[in-house]
Design a protein around this ligand. Structure first.
Ligand code: HEM
Ligand code: SF4
Ligand code: SF4
Length: 692
């Protein structure tokens, strides 16, 4: 099932990658920098957030006003910063979602990669609440809805004895301390955890790419700036707790699950969120990845040069003090729990050279499933079958969708393929060996399409070694015009292995003209560059802008009002108090003498709300506290048709079976959108319908 999902995902992502490659070039393709882009958008959020905080007033009365000042009076800076803050947060969720999808569809979450995947899941639980607390701070109508709904969600958890949602029903209950708490969570608490989480997330990755290329940074910032100027982020009206907006512009990136609370209970929403998170955590083992043998170090051939440790993309190799008494300072040690069996270390080991005549080809580090020695044998076998003066040997990566099993399509009298785990498993000395021994006239190394290497650095290391920029370098005597590097896209015609081999063969000069090799042309200018990048940035900005406010969420239906029942009341004690006798009192220490002895536990409180005789809400709430001796807290929000209603509320706090201990029945006139709160006044021991 997961394999089908991954296949379908690749079928969707690959054409998009191919299109973006045309415009951005593989090195700048945003799909190859999604994790880094998420971090970059978080930087924009941080910088713009600092500006907003300078002017923000952390009080009930000041919050909305200060944000309005920034948006309108200081639109040229504060307004732009506010919009950037919102849109960069939204953009971070898009890149984050795509980052997850990409790692999943390319199977980069299983095996020893489970750590990055599993530590990614809590990042979702940090970044989403970070956005949600941001929406609270604006204190507009959306903020009120978010505060109320978040509190309803939190109330379901057995954390607070009192209902939190009751604090958001009237402005006289809400305190400034709430804003201080929110500001702390939004500005300090959650961001600190997020930074720690990201650090942990990339801990096992060697040289994680945490910064996107500069051109991509500039382009993304410009796109967000343009969106901020064209479509500035605005508040949605000052909070008036006596009125409920019929609909709200919801930021679907952060508030996606909130509308579910209209139809589901908070318990179901928590169930969904926990279920999805647990499922995500289990995905790396569904099914467990069949183990490939990890890299093995042969100390007899390791000279401690450290190249393998530098090149391993997953930090699986550490250089430790020499343990075999040889004159070298250190030796390579592989941690099997980190090794992904990619073979890049073999390509980097200077001892993996096929030129050895008298000793076996046994490098300092090798892959047991496809040793360097087997690679040489296969290469010699393939070369032996070749004829003509345009013979090509292709090293074909077994991970790339474009190169996997390419041999069956390519092999003929002039072409021989040798399968490798990753393009960078091929040490440059193998290419030298083929050309200097005249085993073929040209060599091609084919791997995953640019920037999308299954093992992160396979294409980069290969390019740099062949270009003689990274050790082990291709020897100078090798004519690089006879070497082709091909990062193939299975979706494009020119990206097919056969097209690449034909192009390489075409560019080869006749054997007798070896000294006058023609210069390779740089290829036609890329006419897609500007249109593709412009459309991509514009589309990205449109998607960010639209879903941050649209489609609108219908809070209540047309012509409806809203009623909130909010009661905190202690039920009666479960039994009568008993007066202690003088004898009993004498037995007690003086400081504990009390005339009566009352049972601690209280009875549950029962409530019924009805309209024109039809029950709307009925609940029995248990007392709070571990001894069941606290108040029962009742809260419920429900829509109600506007118009004149005969509302009845009754409450029982004793163990009577019929009737109510307290009740109120009254005709109320409800206008559409009006919010009526049903309270129990503890001092007067009576119900109140608050409509003001
Ligand atoms: C705030 C959110 C996140 C940020 C900023 C982030 C950032 C990053 C970065 C910078 C890398 C290194 C990329 C590289 O150098 O190749 C990475 C790798 C990875 N991330 Fe995330 N990530 C986030 C969330 C997630 C989530 C939610 C998941 C999945 C549940 C995830 C799965 C992975 C995996 C599997 C890798 C390893 C890829 C590999 O080994 O090639 N990430 N992430
Ligand atoms: S096979 Fe790959 S992951 Fe394993 S040690 Fe070598 S380079 Fe590192
Ligand atoms: S690259 Fe080879 S020789 Fe150098 S430390 Fe690694 S295993 Fe040893």
């Amino acid at each position: 099932m997961l394999k089908i999902l991954q296949g379908a995902g690749q079928a969707l992502v690959e054409p998009l990658r191919a299109v973006l490659d045309r415009g951005f070039s593989p090195a700048l393709n945003p799909l190859n920098h999604l994790g880094a882009l998420t971090i970059y958008f978080c930087w924009i959020v941080l910088v713009s957030g600092i500006w907003l905080f300078i002017f923000f007033k952390t009080s009930v009365s000041g919050a909305y006003e200060s944000v309005e000042y920034l948006t309108h009076d200081q639109w040229y800076l504060g307004g732009v910063m506010r919009s950037l803050h919102r849109y960069a947060s939204d953009a971070a969720i898009i890149t984050l979602a795509l980052h997850m999808i990409r790692e999943f569809v390319y199977d980069r979450h299983r095996g020893n990669r489970w750590f990055s995947w599993v530590t990614g899941v809590p990042l979702l639980w940090l970044i989403i609440p970070l956005g949600i607390t941001g929406y609270w701070l604006v204190w507009d109508q959306l903020a009120w809805y978010v505060a109320l709904t978040s509190a309803e969600l939190l109330d379901w958890l057995p954390i607070f004895s009192e209902s939190m949602a009751r604090n958001f029903l009237s402005s006289d209950v809400l305190s400034d301390r709430f804003f201080t708490l929110m500001a702390f969570l939004h500005l300090i608490g959650l961001p600190l955890f997020l930074v720690f989480g990201i650090w942990l997330h990339v801990l096992r990755i060697n040289g994680p790419r945490i910064n996107p290329p500069r051109a991509l940074m500039a382009g993304s910032l410009l796109a967000m700036l343009a969106l901020s100027l064209i479509y500035p982020a605005l508040s949605q009206g000052e909070v008036d707790m006596t009125q409920v907006p019929e609909s709200l512009g919801l930021d679907w990136y952060y508030l996606l699950v909130y509308p579910l609370l209209k139809a589901w209970s908070p318990g179901w929403v928590w169930g969904l969120l926990t279920g999805v998170s647990l499922l995500l955590c289990m995905v790396p083992w569904m099914p467990p990845q069949g183990g490939r043998s990890v890299a093995i170090v042969d100390l007899d051939n390791c000279n401690g040069c450290e190249r393998c440790a530098d090149d391993c993309p997953f930090g699986a190799i550490t250089m430790l003090q020499r343990s075999d008494g040889k004159a070298y300072e250190s030796e390579a040690v592989v941690d099997p729990s980190l090794c992904l069996s990619c073979g890049l270390c073999v390509g980097s080991c200077p001892t993996a050279t096929p030129f050895r005549r008298h000793t076996a080809l046994s490098p300092g580090i090798d892959m047991p499933d496809l040793t360097a020695s087997v690679l040489r044998e296969r290469l010699l076998e393939a070369a032996e079958k070749l004829q003509g003066d345009r013979r090509v040997i292709v090293f074909s990566c077994q991970e790339g969708p474009g190169t996997k099993k390419a041999g069956s399509k390519l092999n003929d009298s002039e072409t021989g393929t040798v399968d490798v785990i990753c393009a960078a498993q091929v040490p440059p000395s193998f290419i030298d060996f083929i050309l200097s021994r005249d085993l073929a006239d040209a060599v091609a190394v084919a791997g995953c399409a640019g920037g999308n290497c299954q093992y992160r650095f396979g294409a980069d290391w290969t390019e740099q070694r062949i270009a003689r920029e990274r050790d082990p370098r291709l020897r100078k005597r090798v004519d690089t015009d006879r070497v082709a590097l091909a990062w193939l896209e299975p979706w494009s015609k020119s990206g097919k292995p056969s097209a690449m081999v034909s192009a390489l063969r075409e560019s080869l000069p006749p054997a007798d003209a070896a000294d006058t090799l023609p210069e390779r042309s740089a290829g036609p200018a890329n006419r897609w560059k500007i249109p593709v990048t412009a459309v991509a940035y514009a589309l990205f900005a449109v998607v960010v802008g639209c879903l941050s406010i649209w489609p609108r969420f219908q809070l209540i239906d047309e012509g409806q009002a809203m009623v909130s029942v909010s009661i905190s009341h202690a039920g009666q004690r479960i039994g009568e108090c008993r007066m202690l006798s003088q004898e009993e009192l004498n037995k007690l220490p003086p400081n504990m003498r009390k005339l009566d002895d009352c049972p601690r536990e209280r009875l549950p409180v029962r409530v019924l709300l009805s309209s024109d005789g039809n029950p709307l809400y009925e609940a029995v709430m248990q007392p709070s506290g571990i001894w069941n001796d606290g108040e029962s807290s009742i809260y419920r929000r429900l829509p109600l048709a506007a118009g004149t209603q005969r509302l009845f509320i009754g409450m029982t706090d004793s163990n009577r079976n019929e009737g109510f201990d307290y009740s109120l029945e009254q005709d109320v006139e409800l206008a559409p959108g009006q919010h009526l709160v049903v309270n129990f006044d503890g001092a007067r021991q009576e119900f109140v319908f608050r409509q003001e």
